[in-house]
Design a protein. Sequence first.
Length: 219
Amino acid sequence: MWCIGRITAEYRERMYDLLGLYAKPYDPTEPVVCLDEKSKQLLEQTRRPIPAVPGQVAKEDYEYKRAGTRNIFVAVEPKAGHREGEVTCRRTQPDFVAFVQYLAQEIYAQARKIHLVLDNLNTHFRASFETVMGVEAATVFLSRVEFHYTPKHASWLNMAEIEIGILDRQCIGGRIGNEARLCSEVLAWEQQRNQERRTIEWKFTRQDADQKLSRHYVP
């Protein structure tokens, strides 16, 4: 919060929209799904690590070999305790559109409407779907999807960032040398958290926002 400067009317409108969305009771027919991406650099070991033993942590050499980067899409439905992760080589328009299609057609096929929370990355807009799918097909597909955008420079309002932070701490924060292992680690983490139905309890309300941030509001 310390870096917040001037909070414009557009900022407040988007913030209020998200806080209102998060405050609604859980409705499986209109799931609230937060989506974001994380880049992960692949680093191969150049020497065999020394595994952990009782009383000693694992050890690895400071040298490594760069093996490229991969993108990880993470979508989380906070109140249902469900998340989906996917590793891709890139995060282009087709990659993003394909992941949203998977969510809509496979995971939330029975939903009447999907509320999709996103930041302002240039691929995260309707134009990406129109470019990849064509205008007519995109119109039909997006009739079940409602976009909700975080204010610019306020991605903290996207709960996918919380889930990505947990993924990083619990799963992929260490050195991973190849895509196959990265995919395996992400899948195992996803399955365990889904099995445990790990939810996110969002407590920051519109009233909290006005109380804490009103001094930054501008017309």
